[in-house]
Design a protein around this ligand. Structure first.
Ligand code: HEC
Length: 161
């Protein structure tokens, strides 16, 4: 993913939010008030996407990994766009590891994928710490057992005759 693409993603996701707004410690910007979800909703989504991204990469299901990476990038972009209290610089530091994960996915490089995921995860925690949320500690899963309601390895494609 290029820097240009990242900016496009940021711009795109500005139109993607539809949920209703509720009370939050981090109210959305005035212009987003009508549609923006609470920041915890965006973050809970990011947590699930982070988890799925990890298991998709572990299973070398690069199509699914690329998909989850896009979703996660959107969630982080939303956090930056809609919540003025969230420092944009804390989100832009996520750009490097996101790009690096994208490269690893494109190359099918599982070692680079795992290493980049760890750098990304450090970024999640750095922002949490800087915003008085250091008790929300994110990690890449260490057990081999993925959440059981989704299949992570690539499905066998029907053979061409
Ligand atoms: C730019 C800052 C920032 C970044 C980057 C960030 N977060 Fe958060 N996150 C927050 C803030 C602020 C909260 C607390 C929201 C609140 O209390 O209303 C939060 C809360 C959370 C929560 C708690 C949600 C809940 O209610 O249980 C989870 C889980 C979470 N983040 C996951 C992640 C993951 C995973 C990443 C990295 C992929 C990440 N966050 C990156 C700022 C950030």
């Amino acid at each position: 993913m290029t820097l240009k693409k990242w900016c496009a993603v940021l711009a795109m996701s500005a139109g993607a939010v539809t949920s209703a707004i509720a009370q939050s410690d981090f109210p959305p910007s005035a212009s987003a008030k009508q549609e923006a979800p609470r920041l915890v909703e965006v973050m809970s989504m990011a947590q699930l996407e982070h988890l799925k991204l990890w298991y998709a990469g572990k299973a070398k299901n690069w199509d699914l990994a690329a998909y989850e990476l896009r979703q996660l990038t959107n969630s982080l972009a939303e956090a930056a766009i809609f919540y003025p209290a969230v420092p944009v610089s804390n989100v832009t530091t996520m750009k490097e590891p996101l790009l690096s994960i994208a490269d690893a996915i494109a190359a099918g490089d599982d070692r680079k994928f795992a290493a980049s995921m760890r750098v990304l995860t450090d970024g999640c925690n750095a922002c949490h710490a800087s915003m008085g949320r250091g008790f929300i500690a994110i990690a890449v899963p260490t057990s081999g057992q993925p959440p059981a309601n989704q299949i992570f390895p690539p499905l066998e494609k029907p053979r061409k005759k």
